[in-house]
Structure formats: C-alpha cells, structure tokens
Design a protein around this ligand. Structure first.
Ligand code: ZN
Length: 241
C-alpha cells in the first residue's frame, strides 16, 4: 500500500511565547494534529516556520501529497518564493488543507485569489457546526452536526471565491454564522479550508475535528501529479474538408 505523504506545517510561535498555548499544545499544535490523525496509510512529517527553508525545502515539498497549514501571527514572514513553490505544487496536484487562522496566510490568499478576511471575536463561545454535505467524503462519521464547547468566533462576511463548495456551516453562541468548511479545486489540486483550531483551545484533541481533518487528507490526496502547460494543439480530425 502506498502511503499518503502528509506534511503538517505550523508557524509554531504561539506555543513558544504564549503560556496559554504552550499549556494546551506543549509539543506544538502540528504534533497534536499528527498524533490525532495517525494511521497506517499516512506517513506524517512536521514542518515549522523556523526550520531551515521555513520547513519546506524542495525535497520535502516535492514529496508531499497533502500539506496542512496553520499560521497566524507570522504570515508576513513566509517567504514569497516558498509560497510560489507551494502554489505550483498545488496546481500540479498536491492537496492543501488550510486550518483556522490560515485564512489570512499568503498561500490561502494566493490559491483563492481573495482577501480571506472575516469577522472574529475571542470570547470562548460555543460553536455548532452543521454538516450540509452529508454525502461528501470529508463529512463521513460526523452526523448532522457537532459542537465545540469553546472556540474563537469567525463570522461572515468571509471573503472567499464563490465557487467554494460549502460543507459545514457554523453557528456561534453570540449569533454569527460562518462557512466553516469549504472545498476548492485549483489546477489538479484539491483545497480544504476548515475553521476550528484557535491556539488556546484544545480543539485539535476533539474527535470530530480530527475525523474531519483525517477525512480531508484522504479526500485531498493527489489523483496524479502533472505540470500544467499551455500547448499548441494540432487538430484531431480534418478541418473543413
Ligand atoms: Zn484564533
């Protein structure tokens, strides 16, 4: 069985300089996610912003089938040439799963062509995520809805492309709604944005959140890798004769 090569990229700064985050994710939230989704068919690697080549040297990126991305306070530090390489790899077939505050990352804005802006509020409120795509591979095992006891509110308007396939709609205790799970296809690559995962809440330990991420990894795995090109195309049939 060929394993899916998964790289979990984390900015990995809050865990070092914020007590509240360190307490919840002592090894980093990327490691919590990796341990939470570990399975025989996955080969999981970790990458962080402060690693050499910002965690994504060519030999790592070029052997990654699905890349998970968590960033927040240091989006601006991610090198543009690395964003270009990730973007190219997505167009060629790599899956990309953008988590929580990754909505403002350079790579998410690049692949969507949108600003990724939204409303937010940090008041530890309950979130209820409705599964509005019951037959989608990513929602399997989730049921009609699930709840997260404490999460940061992300609310509409969320500036993402209109061709996104919304599979979760979230409702927050304070009244806002949000497109919390959305898929896109760009080039040969599949992209999934998933909102839960604020750095000071233990939500990457919650079974439903991990089920969604696990399902998303399988859904986003490449069908094949191929460079996109723009060739001159000879006619297949005779024209005008
Ligand atoms: Zn957050």
């Amino acid at each position: 069985m060929q394993k899916i090569k998964v790289t979990i990229w984390n900015e990995f700064r809050h865990e070092k300089n914020q007590e509240a985050c360190k307490k919840v994710y002592p090894e980093g939230l990327h490691v919590a996610i990796g341990k939470g989704i570990a399975a025989d068919d996955l080969e999981i690697r970790y990458a962080a912003l402060d690693d050499p080549e910002q965690g994504l040297p060519d030999d790592v990126l070029n052997t990654t089938d699905v890349l998970l991305w968590w960033g927040h306070c240091a989006h601006g530090e991610v090198r543009d040439d690395i964003v270009e390489k990730v973007h190219k790899r997505v167009l060629e077939g790599m899956g990309l799963i953008v988590l929580h505050s990754g909505h403002m990352s350079k790579i998410f804005r690049k692949v969507t062509g949108c600003s990724g802006t939204l409303k937010w509020r940090e008041e530890n409120e309950r979130e209820r995520l409705w599964n509005i795509a019951p037959t989608h591979p990513i929602t399997q095992g989730i049921g009609e809805y699930f709840e997260i006891p404490h999460e940061e509110m992300y609310g509409e308007y969320f500036d993402i492309p209109k061709d996104g396939n919304v599979i979760f709609i979230a409702h927050f205790e304070g009244g806002n709604v949000f497109r919390a799970g959305v898929t896109f296809e760009r080039g040969y690559g599949k992209i999934f944005y998933f909102q839960p995962g604020h750095e000071t809440f233990p939500n990457y330990y919650q079974p439903e959140v991990l089920t969604v991420i696990s399902n998303a990894v399988r859904w986003a795995k490449p069908v094949f890798f191929k460079e996109l090109s723009c060739p001159n195309s000879p006619a297949i049939d005779k024209i005008g004769k």
